[in-house]
Structure formats: structure tokens, C-alpha cells
Design a protein around this ligand. Structure first.
Ligand code: FAD
Length: 460
């Protein structure tokens, strides 16, 4: 009898699968080495038809699947533990671009930077932007409902998807690639698969929203006394300019550790208690700089911020962004730590930092806090690092995490703002998500994947 792997190999051809350890290795470990896995078979379909057969053959054999895109996910959902691994990297075509409809049709394996470039070539913008954009794929970004630095202006990935093509767990295809802004014909089925982390189906292609390409950009750094002032500054700048595209926050320690641990980085505002990194964009150069300068002048006069630097050119703007992008690298080597990706209502961001910082000090006196990220969306990356000299054995990482999540929950927030649940946060999801939502999620999973073959270890 033909085995599943022989059947898959025959269907996919020599370029479409791998079983040798050396070929599999790069797919079985994510970049930090936090998650390491194993698989008996790597399938690399090159078309929707091949992907459909992969899922169908696996379903017929009762074999589970782990989908993988660019392998940049931070919660381990893309790393198999014995499942058939389905890499979407070969489905990397931009199928079409309709500039008059402001839409782009991309296969799941298209790398985000290539989708951005295709949009730019047509004088349009695909606004999703994050540090992993040179590797992360459209399918992975949709499956994790990725965020990044422009959510404030354009929304999460969920807001950028017009339609999806998905292979369901039983091998049927949901052909939902309509590129419509309006379609009120019942349940919005595509939304089920966005943020589902591959647990409900294999995304093979997506129709995405495009926007007019901004002609003018300005990047500024502002020193603020605390998060309450940062919040005030955010709203002043939004109201005065209408052009805020990103509003990122970096606490003192986050910048100090970049300067200490990353080569050739210098502190642009020594002594600033907290830095806000703000990007402005507009469709015309005319008036943007004046408008931004006036807004900052008024904020300085009101003592909402203490100092402001507006980048004079693209290279200085890059230098400002590099500090923000290097924060993870800056503190990674600083000893035992726990990292969180949490959100609260934007209005509650100062309360979050006050309460969480105090709680960390109670649980682990001397703990060092790196707080940074997308404050304009209410999203902090909040890392707690052991006091200098404390060994990892003595570091109460689990107690600290539970305390962060309790503070978030009290403020009406979420334990995962943009990275997802994967395998890393499954227990926390059960603890912090309300019972009705969990029951509905499980019911959907049972309905769409009754045999639990789609990424069975992730999310739910
Ligand atoms: C340096 C760095 C910076 C980052 N910054 C951000 C940030 O600012 N904001 C943010 O939101 N994320 C960020 N991330 C996280 C990461 O880039 C995202 O999770 C990304 O969306 C994953 O895309 P991927 O193609 O690499 O997917 P993978 O990592 O390969 O997979 C992620 C999940 O999606 C599933 N999946 C992948 N492809 C498919 C498919 N075609 N169909 C069904 N399921 C699929 C996988 O099974 C897995 O559960 C960052 C990561 C890195 C390394």
C-alpha cells in the first residue's frame, strides 16, 4: 500500500518535498532557538491545487499538519512536533494588482517586503510594516493577525484583508478572493481564518487593500517625563497634524541597553526619562514640516515634552528608528527575563505602566523593566529582567508574568496584542480569556476541523 509520504512525494515532485535531516533543519528551529521541533515530512506545494492535495491526502491518512510561512513567529506555532510540515514558501507569486481597485492579490508565501514593493511599483502603499518584513509571509502575517508600527493609521492585518483563499481541513477550498469593500451577504468567513494561527485551514492566497503612496515623511524623537505626558503628546500631535503614522515609546532602560549592547548605537537624548518616536506621513510635502514644528512648539510650551529632535534627512530618520528596532537585541543578553506583548485601551497606557512597574517591584525587588513599543495602539512590549547578579533559578518568571497579565486584565486589556498565542501562551489563554469566548472558539475548531489535524498544538 502506498504510504502517505510516498503519495505526497509523487504529487509534489522532487522540488516539492524534503525528508533529509539537513534539508529539514532550517524549518525546525526558529531564529532565537526558543522552539525546536521535528517532522517526518516537509511538503512545499507550489500551487493551490498542490496545497489542496497535500491537505486532502493528510486528512485521508489522519495525519496532522503544521503550516509554516517565513518562520518568524514569536510564539512557536510554526514549529512542528511530529506533524507534516507544510511550508508555503514556494507559493510566492503576486497573482495580480488592480490599481484602480486599490487591491493586490498575493499568494500566501509572498514575503511582506515583496508585497510592499509591488504596491510601490504601482504607486500605491501596502502599509503593514514590521522588523521581520524581509522574511515574514502574507499567509503567516494573516494567520497571526500581525500588527507592527503603522496600526495607528491603517489597522492590523485583519483590517487590510479583502478576501482569502483557504484550503479547509477536509481538503475543500474556500474560494473567497473577492476584492470588495462592501459585501453584506452574511457571516464574514475570512475573519475566522485571520489570527487563527493555522488551526482552521491553510491560507493559500489573499486579496489585500492598498492605499495612496505618501510623498512626505518626517520622523521625530521627543523626550517626555512619563507615559501620561506621552499620551497627551500623542493626542496633541494627532489633532494638530492629522499625519501621525507611528507613535512608539521607549523607556530609559530600553535605550541604555541598546547603547550598551549594540555596536555603533548612540543615545540621541541622554537623560530623557522616556522617548517617543513619532513618524508622520502625508501625500504632499507642502506644509507638513511647518505643521509638525508648530505642533511640537505648542507641546513644548505646555511642558508636555521636554526636548524634540526632528530628523533632517532620511539617514537621520533611519538612525532614530534603529534605536527602536534594536531594543530586543539590546536586552536579550542581560540575563534571566520574561517578555510580554500586551495591550490595554490607549487611555490606560499610563495606568498600565504605573501598576505593572509597582507589581514587578513587589514580586521581585530590583527587577529591571524594559518597556517599549506601539503605545499609540495601547500595545507595550514589556520585559522584566532579573536584578543584576540574580541567577535564573531565583528569578520568579512565572509569578511576574501572571502579575503582568492580571494588571492587563484589570485594565480591560489583552495578554497578546500582536504576536499571538501559539504554543507559548496556551495555558495563559485558558486562564485569562473569558469562558464564553473560549467555548465558542472550541466549537468553531470542532466544526471546521473535527479531527483536529490543522496545527493541533497551537492556540486552542
Ligand atoms: C524581528 C521581529 C520583529 C517582529 N515584529 C513584529 C511586530 O512588530 N508586530 C507583529 O505583529 N509581529 C512581529 N513579529 C512576529 C512575526 O513576524 C509575525 O508573527 C509574522 O506574522 C509571522 O509570519 P511568518 O510568515 O513568519 O509565519 P510563521 O512564523 O511561519 O507562522 C506563524 C503562524 O502562522 C501559521 N501560518 C503560517 N503560514 C500559514 C498559512 N499560509 N496558512 C495558515 N497558517 C499559517 C503558522 O502555523 C504559525 O502558527 C516580529 C518577528 C520578528 C522576528
Amino acid at each position: 500500500m502506498t504510504t502517505l509520504y510516498e503519495r505526497l512525494a509523487a504529487r509534489l515532485g522532487p522540488n516539492g518535498y524534503a525528508q533529509d535531516a539537513a534539508d529539514l533543519a532550517p524549518y525546525l528551529k526558529e531564529w532565537r532557538g526558543t522552539f525546536v521541533g521535528e517532522t517526518p515530512f516537509l511538503a512545499m506545494p507550489a500551487s493551490t491545487e498542490e496545497a489542496t492535495d497535500v491537505v486532502r491526502f493528510c486528512a485521508e491518512a489522519g495525519a496532522a499538519i503544521t503550516p509554516q510561512g517565513g518562520n518568524t513567529g514569536l510564539v512557536g506555532g510554526q514549529i512542528p512536533k511530529g506533524e507534516v510540515l507544510v511550508s508555503m514558501k514556494r507559493m510566492n507569486r503576486i497573482r495580480s494588482l488592480d490599481a484602480a481597485n486599490d487591491s493586490l492579490l498575493a499568494e500566501a508565501g509572498v514575503i511582506l517586503a515583496n508585497a510592499q514593493q509591488a504596491a510601490a511599483d504601482a504607486d500605491r502603499l501596502f502599509p503593514l510594516s514590521l522588523a521581520s518584513e524581509g522574511s515574514a509571509t502574507i499567509g503567516g502575517l494573516i494567520s497571526t493577525n500581525a500588527g507592527g508600527v503603522h496600526v495607528l493609521r491603517y489597522g492590523m492585518m485583519r483590517d487590510l484583508v479583502l478576501g482569502l483563499e483557504v484550503v479547509l481541513a477536509d481538503g475543500r477550498v474556500l474560494a473567497g478572493l473577492k476584492a470588495l469593500r462592501k459585501d453584506n451577504t452574511g457571516y464574514d468567513l475570512k475573519q475566522l481564518f485571520i489570527g487563527a494561527e493555522g488551526t482552521l485551514g491553510l491560507i493559500t492566497a489573499a486579496s489585500l487593500k492598498l492605499f495612496p503612496r505618501p510623498r512626505a515623511h518626517l520622523v521625530a524623537l521627543a523626550s517626555v517625563a512619563n507615559a501620561a505626558h506621552a499620551l497627551d503628546l500623542l493626542h496633541r500631535l494627532k489633532a494638530a497634524t492629522g499625519a501621525v503614522a507611528a507613535f512608539e515609546i521607549m523607556n530609559r532602560l530600553s535605550v541604555d541597553l541598546v547603547v550598551k549592547n549594540v555596536a555603533r548605537r548612540r543615545d540621541p537624548m541622554p537623560g530623557a526619562p522616556m522617548l517617543a518616536l513619532i513618524e508622520f506621513e502625508a501625500t504632499s510635502e507642502i506644509g507638513l514640516r511647518d505643521c509638525v514644528e508648530n505642533a511640537f512648539a505648542s507641546a513644548l510650551e505646555a511642558r508636555v515634552c521636554e526636548n524634540v529632535l526632528i530628523a533632517e534627512n532620511a539617514s537621520q530618520a533611519r538612525d532614530f528608528w534603529r534605536i527602536r528596532e534594536d531594543i530586543s537585541a539590546g536586552h536579550r543578553g542581560e540575563g534571566a527575563q520574561v517578555n510580554h506583548d500586551v495591550s490595554v485601551p490607549v487611555s490606560q497606557t499610563p495606568a498600565f505602566l504605573d501598576r505593572a512597574d509597582a507589581a514587578m517591584e513587589r514580586v521581585c525587588p530590583g527587577a529591571r523593566i524594559v518597556a517599549f513599543g506601539h503605545m499609540g495602539d495601547g500595545n507595550f512590549h514589556y520585559s522584566v529582567i532579573a536584578p543584576e547578579g540574580m541567577s535564573s533559578d531565583g528569578f520568579p518568571s512565572e509569578a511576574l508574568t501572571q502579575m503582568v497579565y492580571e494588571v492587563v486584565t484589570q485594565l480591560g486589556g489583552s495578554i497578546s496584542a500582536e504576536h499571538g498565542i501559539g504554543v507559548a501562551r496556551k495555558d495563559d489563554l485558558v486562564r485569562f480569556k473569558d469562558a464564553t469566548s473560549l467555548a465558542l472558539m472550541r466549537a468553531l475548531k470542532r466544526t471546521l476541523d473535527p479531527n483536529n489535524v490543522m496545527n493541533p498544538r497551537a492556540l486552542i
